[in-house]
Design a protein. Structure first.
Length: 651
């Protein structure tokens, strides 16, 4: 017996010793490896990413105009549900499927399909990750979450929401196919946050859980005022109804700082659904080829005000008159003569009034928008100086606005080497070169602010997640173009355009408005495609607001006086009221208008008749697309109150 016990003891001792040796051996040889594997396993279970929320964009009053909201993909785990095979769990599976079916309006047999098996017993669909519903909103997600269903989970993503839909769509921007537009593009680096992560750091056998929270994106504050933007959008709609055209657009700017208060065109689209066409039906759109659909959308998404170019026309006249004054080439007492045309080499270039304005002061020339006086001024300046001022006013270069895809139109401006006498003459009244609406308005703002060419801005500052302003963009002056005295003189001349000249339809009692209308031709002269503009600022003595209205390619004959000027007036009346701009003088009391005899306009060219009517303080409407007047109402010789409408019928 004792021998047996001794034997067992030796066996036990031997096995135990061998085990100790084995453990020691493993510990020495593989200890680090096993510890590391264990820690890594632990670490991987902790590793978690935190998504940084994209920052918001606000208007200048703090109203949110773009924000990110959470949306959810609903994910089913078929394996979890099929493994629940006892009767209580069977009920749980049924509860999951019937609840999801009801909340998401998915037929239950469709959900059952996700649990179907192959003949070998494996699942037909992905066992742990089957997206059954995409982009559910928070309310739907909350409903599902509250039921605590088995075999289903929610995957959070984010979606951009634009509370004002189509308002300021060209400015705010959006994302499509990986491309960003508008402010969303220019300020992407501020809007994008930095994702965070929670993970386990291993140093030897020491572990540390490192938790780096996500840094949400900053808020970008725009200079746009959505109330003024709405005013501009409404005026665009009114203008399009009154004067159908291919595109109508508006920019409103603070002429002192370059801050854009509103920027809109008639192709503004819903930012929440940017591929929805705006001026054709969806069925017509769907009938287009893929290439044509893409062309349509690209055209719709372009920001007309900074991308499309046209001849600025007569709004260029006050600028070049200012340049000539500043250079001492003319003074405000210089007298001019307009015979209705100017012979330049072999070309007879007409004034807008073919019968001539005859003797003209500079004030009369600007007020009557006389081409011949401008051609004389440009001739006196010479091509080198003329081109210098064109460039100084910012034509042929980008304004530098903080929006993508701006056109500089440098190739659409004659350099001194190509600026022959004819080109110089036609350029003097704003033809033969192209500009964007923003270039034209920025140039005009230099008259308003005492001679500075400013850089327009669409964003004023960046705000961090604690509400602190971390960056402010101050107004930037690109260069000084004219002296303050010259600007005051030109501004006075532009006031007389509205008080007594071609801009009377923009007059607002009590306010001093400095403005100018313009008409530029597009492409081939025979195509008769026009761009009508009206631009100005107020109050003239201390300008607080400047604006341009563009009517591009009107369907019928039109000019700035009949189309863009009333739209400008409507725009300014509403903006003045909203901004609380005080009147410059007490409105005069209306006196009984005296009677005037109506002359015979039949046989005149339309433009000559219009010039005569404008001189006589009458208002007019044109019916027809022809160039000559064939009839009129009231008839010649009748008496009407001053300011009455005269209707002219063309051939
Ligand atoms: Zn003239």
């Amino acid at each position: 017996m004792k021998t047996k016990i001794n034997f067992l003891f030796y066996i036990f001792f031997f096995v135990f010793t061998a085990l100790i040796f084995r453990i020691s051996y493993l510990k020495i040889s593989y200890g680090r490896q096993y510890t590391s594997m264990s820690l890594k396993q632990q670490a991987s279970s902790i590793d978690k990413a935190y998504h940084a929320k994209r920052g918001s964009i606000t208007d200048r009053n703090g109203s949110v105009i773009a924000e990110s909201i959470p949306i959810y993909d609903i994910v089913l785990e078929p394996k979890t549900l099929t493994e629940l095979n006892n009767s209580s769990r069977q009920k749980s599976t049924e509860r999951t499927l019937s609840s999801l079916s009801e909340i998401l309006s998915i037929p239950q047999n469709k959900l059952n399909e996700y649990l179907s098996l192959n003949p070998d017993g494996s699942l037909k669909y992905s066992p742990y990750y089957q997206v059954i519903y995409k982009n559910a909103d928070s309310a739907t997600a909350d409903k599902i979450r509250s039921l605590k269903l088995n075999g289903v989970y929610l995957e959070e993503k984010e979606k951009r929401r634009y509370p004002f839909s189509d308002l300021a769509s060209k400015v705010i921007g959006f994302e499509h196919g990986g491309t960003l537009y508008g402010i969303e593009n220019t300020y992407n680096s501020y809007l994008t946050g930095i994702d965070g992560r929670s993970f386990c750091s291993i140093t030897g056998t020491e572990t540390e859980i490192i938790d780096i929270p996500a840094q949400n994106g900053y808020t970008v504050m725009s200079t746009i005022d959505m109330n003024i933007q709405k005013i501009a959008a409404d005026v665009i709609k009114e203008a399009m109804e009154s004067y159908p055209c291919e595109t109508a657009s508006i920019i409103i700017m603070n002429p002192q700082t370059g801050e854009i208060l509103a920027m809109t065109d008639s192709m503004d689209f819903d930012l929440n659904n940017p591929s929805k066409p705006v001026n054709i039906t969806e069925s017509d759109f769907n009938r287009l080829s893929t290439e044509k659909q893409s062309d349509y959308l690209n055209n719709m998404w372009k920001n007309f005000n900074i991308y499309s170019t046209f001849e600025p026309g007569s709004i260029f006249k006050p600028l070049i008159a200012g340049a000539a004054l500043d250079e001492g080439i003319i003074n405000k007492n210089t007298s001019f003569y307009c015979a209705g045309f100017k012979q330049v080499n072999d070309r007879k270039i007409h004034c807008i009034r073919r019968t001539g304005h005859f003797s003209q002061t500079l004030e009369q020339a600007i007020s009557n928008s006389c081409n011949c006086v401008m051609m004389d001024i440009a001739e006196k300046m010479g091509k080198e100086l003329f081109y210098k001022y064109q460039k100084d006013f910012g034509f042929g270069e980008k304004t530098g606005i903080d929006l993508p895809s701006e056109t500089g139109a440098s190739s659409l401006l004659y350099g001194p080497d190509r600026l022959g006498p004819v080109e110089l003459a036609t350029s003097s009244f704003g033809q033969s070169f192209n500009a964007t609406a923003l270039q034209s308005l920025t140039a005009l703002c230099s008259i308003a602010n005492g001679g500075k060419l400013i850089k327009p801005r669409i964003v004023s500052g960046i705000i961090d997640t604690n509400g602190n302003v971390i960056k402010e963009f101050a107004p930037e002056t690109k260069r000084c173009v004219l002296s303050e005295d010259t600007c005051r003189e030109i501004s006075d001349l532009m006031v007389s355009v509205v008080e007594n000249g071609t801009g009377r339809k923009a007059k607002i009692e009590g306010y001093t408005i400095a403005a100018k209308s313009g008409t530029g031709e597009q492409g081939n002269r025979n195509d008769e495609l026009y761009t009508i503009t009206f631009a100005g600022f107020l109050p003239a003595e201390n300008p607080a607001v400047a604006a341009i209205v563009v009517i591009d390619k009107p369907a019928e004959y039109a000019d700035g006086v009949t189309t863009a000027a009333p739209a400008f007036k409507s725009l300014m009346e509403k903006t003045i009221k909203y901004m609380g701009i005080e009147p410059s003088y007490k409105p005069k009391k209306q006196v009984n208008a005296s009677q005037a005899e109506i002359p015979d306009y039949t046989g005149f060219y339309a433009e000559d008749a219009l010039a005569l009517i404008t001189d006589s303080c009458m208002e007019y409407k044109i019916v027809g697309c022809g160039s000559k007047i064939i009839n009129q109402f009231p008839k010649p010789g009748s008496y009407v109150p001053e300011g009455a409408d005269i209707i002219l019928y063309t051939d």
